[in-house]
Design a protein around this ligand. Sequence first.
Ligand code: SAH
Ligand code: SF4
Length: 380
Amino acid sequence: MTDRPVAGNQPAISEVDPESLTAWLAARGEPAYRAAQVLAGAHRPTATSLDDLTDLPRPLRGAVADAFRFSSIVGSHALVADGGLTAKAVHELADGQRIESVLMRYPARGKGIGRTTICISSQAGCAVGCPFCATGQAGFGRQLTAGEIVDQVLHWHRDPWLALGADWRPGGVRSHYNIVFMGMGEPLNNVDRVFHAVRLLNDPARLGIGARHITVSTSGVVPGIDRMIDELPQVNLAISLHAASDELRDELVPINRKWPIAEVVAAGQRFAARTRRRVSLEYVLIDGMNDAPAQAAGLAALASGWLCHVNLIPLNPTPGSRWSGTDAVGVRRFAATIEQAGVPVTVRDTRGREIEAACGQLHAQLAGRPIGTAVPMVPA
Ligand code: SAH
Ligand code: SF4
């Protein structure tokens, strides 16, 4: 039993800014250097609660644990796939909203080091409403706070499972995260909090993840892309194109009615020209929908002559969907057309199919079922 407030309105430690932390400490007669100790302790991968901040004197530790939350995530349900290389979690937030994150491990080859990509959500639900996306079908819940965004990364950072595996030096892998905003939500419809979260992730006093290891994926919010150019030019940009004609894109990515293809591609070109960073054009391949030769030629034309590459993703069908993914032969044929136009093209591996890893799917499966408190995950 504890007499502490449970999941109240205390700010999560992941989003407390150093100035207010220092002020809070000063009000207790504590020196400013304690702020760095609190942040370092809370971001240590082995921390399991704010009571673990053993650098602090015991009374102060208790006061910190009363004033702040260890995480804004109150419970998680995790599933492992791909022989332990992929894991997905549904997280429950203090008000009962649920979001998803996915972790993908890429083992080291030769003398290289393994990579770990963490896919995070920016909103509970999404208002864009793409018909092939489970999140889009479920509608919009609410914006996530910067702390709720960062806490998804911290969830995996604190998971002992991350330290396991022959290819991973214990602890070492943690400095090599790639973060992708490809979970639930449209990040550039929550732009201030997403940018704040990126800065928190960058902060060397916290996780210290370099901006070049972070990717924002957008359905095409043009003003948000322009803000990325000005405010976060080192963060990678992915644009979910999914169609080469406005008629089809109006249906597949309804935000196209506001910012049609020409405007989105022009924004991508501005980003590439100003930042000298290659933009990724995402294209979900849906059988009989957007995978005909004419659409491949249209995409090749849109992608030619500027610093971008095309990433093809066979659709991961959502339950009850009338659509299916393009087969392997169709994907190869489509990719060849893009390649022949001199545009770099990759095919995204479909990690985690058996755990409903596509955006919003596990969330839909667990709807209405209880989620336990956070359990560290260790593969079977
Ligand atoms: N809202 C942003 C980021 C989250 S979605 C965006 O749309 O870009 C991340 C990516 O997953 C997008 O490219 C999206 O189109 C894709 N996606 C969504 N549902 C999918 C599915 N069922 N199969 C394959 N990719 C999907
Ligand atoms: Fe929203 Fe992206 Fe899903 Fe479209 S694909 S509904 S923009 S999360």
